[in-house]
Design a protein around this ligand. Structure first.
Ligand SMILES: *Cc1c(COP(=O)(O)O)cnc(C)c1O
Length: 396
């Protein structure tokens, strides 16, 4: 193995994710740079229209990044001081931080041991009088269990803010992600399905949320005559609430429009590579490929393997050996409630035992549309090489 001085499977490092920008993208951005508006212009609405058409929602509101979009969604949902919002610990910190921004309290439900998505049974057990919303995450691109989550939400009057940063292009029971939750968040960070450099959006079918999201994006200021609280002079506007400057630029929106045209192809490539991985790993005794729920279609942001049996305790060794083979493996995610900041807020480790044990056993493999079948073969070869070594060492 390369970690012991042998020849690595690859000569150069294969990253775990990367954007795919082509000449058309570059031309689109240059055209916007040469136009009258590089921000607050018409390209933003065009991007929003194309995004909502793609996912099948009534509205879309673009933001400067996905985290800003989540913050705005919490505002629109009315999350305020003392409100509780239930989310998963197996996510990027932003899914919970957005609740703190509004003075609310994130409450962490445990996850399903097969899908790694938020467990509706755990969610239900955590609902209190103060619960305002649920923020499920479509972890790795596989939709959470919305049949169960929606029934918990409607019984208890909760808002669902779906964190679909991983799931643009995914389907849940025949419905496109972005079309069915109260609000759905997407991110356009370069490792996600499409990119605008930084960027994010909320899709919704609710006109009240739509107006609130737009207000929050621009300082809480509106010039829309239909929204004004009083009659105003032509030059006047109203600041109606405390918002932020969370706008996406037209430059970024033009990149987004160009990238959206390639989204279907990007998702197909991700699905194809995920199939190749699963075909190779399902034959291995100590590697668990990602379990897929009946009736949903992941858009495969991440491909995560779990080590089992005697290898479950050797994740660190396997991880380091794969890195030495020049495979850019990663781990998603250190459970949010175990982060030092959350520990200082009073959250304790051990609160979500399933999520915490999954975190100890998983490795994220490279997966992005621009990689080649040869790259996929390298990853498979490296995993087999490293896992076989540790199996021999463990005598299994
Ligand atoms: C990427 C991501 C975010 C945040 O999106 P940004 O655009 O980076 O702010 C939120 N939640 C999850 C699960 C993510 O992967």
């Amino acid at each position: 193995m390369a970690i012991f001085g042998g020849k690595p499977v690859r000569d150069t490092l294969l990253p775990y994710g990367s954007q795919w920008i082509d000449e058309k993208d570059i031309e689109a951005v240059v055209a916007t740079l040469q136009s009258d508006f590089i921000t607050t212009g018409p390209t933003i609405e065009r991007f929003e229209r194309k995004l909502s058409d793609y996912v099948g929602s009534k509205y879309a509101v673009a933001f400067s990044n996905g985290t800003a979009a989540l913050h705005a969604a919490c505002f629109a949902a009315g999350v305020t001081e003392g409100d509780e919002v239930i989310t998963t610990p197996l996510t990027f910190a932003a899914s919970a931080n957005c609740v703190l921004y509004m003075g609310g309290k994130p409450v962490f439900a445990d996850v399903d041991p097969n899908t790694y998505n938020i467990d509706p049974v755990s969610v239900e057990s955590l609902v209190t009088r103060r619960t305002k919303a649920i923020i499920p995450v479509d972890f790795t691109g596989q939709p959470a269990d919305y049949e169960k989550l929606q029934s918990i939400a409607s019984e208890n009057g909760l808002v669902i803010i779906e964190d679909a940063a991983h799931a643009l292009g995914a389907d849940s029971k025949g419905k496109k992600v972005g079309s069915f939750s109260d609000m759905t968040m997407f991110s356009f960070h370069p490792v996600k399905h499409i990119t605008t450099g930084e960027g994010g959006a909320i899709t919704t079918n609710n006109p009240v949320y739509y107006e609130k999201l737009k207000l929050f994006r621009t300082h809480g200021i509106t010039r829309d005559v239909n929204q004004l609280e009083q009659e105003r002079k032509d030059w006047e506007y109203e600041m109606q609430c405390l918002g932020m400057n969370y706008r996406l630029t037209d430059i970024q929106a033009s990149l987004g429009i160009s990238q959206l045209k390639k989204l279907a192809g990007f998702v197909e490539k991700r699905k194809e590579y995920a199939r190749l991985y699963t075909k190779a790993f399902e034959k291995m005794d100590h590697v668990v490929p990602p379990f897929q729920m009946e009736g949903s279609q992941s858009s495969w942001h991440l491909y995560i393997i779990r080590l089992k049996g005697p290898l479950a305790k050797q994740r660190t060794e396997v991880f380091q050996a794969l890195r030495a083979e020049n495979i850019g493996v990663n781990v998603h995610y250190m459970p949010v409630h175990t982060q030092p900041y959350y520990q200082r807020l009073g959250y304790s480790s051990g609160a979500c035992p399933i999520a915490e044990s999954i975190y100890e056993q998983v490795i994220t493999l490279p997966l992005f549309p621009k990689m080649t079948k040869g790259d996929v073969r390298d990853v498979i070869r490296a995993v087999k090489k490293v896992v076989t070594h540790y199996e021999k060492e463990a005598g299994v």
